[in-house]
Design a protein around this ligand. Structure first.
Ligand code: MN3
Length: 181
């Protein structure tokens, strides 16, 4: 509970606060663009705010999907479309979890591990820092935060244990909603 409270109320809040500070300096067409549009066209932003929008805008987008992906009633085996598409793409749920864990474990430093839709095909990948799958033309299905702030209070250096515990809280009904979207 302490990990999640600090993560949500302080870390995520800082991204929101800093993003709003950066966007206050943006004018013209970019001022009315959606966050995803901004992240996919960072070069259209003034250089002075580009990095702030990338880091804090990406941070906001990534965390928004993270909180709604977990449920106290989550976990268990994937259901419905998630079960079908994971098995048809990766062979088995076990293989999928192994490949996802490998992506999450091998992301050096801070970042995210993802299941994304890459032009109609499901792929496992990772992004550094707060970069989003959409920056690379992918549509995120779900992502796991592997920054140390996401797990250090409880797991310290044991990132692999935190990654394994993610499967106890993932909300497969929400994953299915995103797959259909
Ligand atoms: Mn985080």
């Amino acid at each position: 509970a302490q990990t999640m409270t600090i993560h949500h109320d302080r870390h995520h809040q800082a991204y929101v606060t800093n993003l709003n500070t950066a966007l206050a300096k943006v004018t013209g067409a970019s001022a009315s663009a959606s966050l995803d549009q901004l992240l996919q066209s960072l070069d259209s932003l003034p250089e002075a705010v580009r990095t702030a929008v990338r880091n804090n805008g990406g941070g906001h987008a990534n965390h928004m999907q993270f909180w709604t992906l977990m449920s106290p009633k989550g976990g268990g085996a994937p259901t419905g479309m998630a079960a079908d598409s994971i098995r048809s793409t990766f062979g088995s749920v076990e293989t999928f979890k192994e490949q996802f864990a490998a992506a999450a474990t091998s992301r050096f430093g801070s970042g995210w591990a993802w299941l994304s839709d890459d032009r109609g095909k499901l792929v496992i990948h990772s992004t550094p820092n707060q970069d989003t799958p959409s920056m690379d033309g992918k549509r995120a299905i779900f992502g796991l935060d592997v920054w140390e702030h996401a797990y250090y209070l409880k797991y310290q250096n044991r990132r692999a244990d935190y990654i394994g515990a993610f499967w106890n809280v993932i909300d497969w009904a929400e994953v299915n909603r995103r797959l259909k979207g």
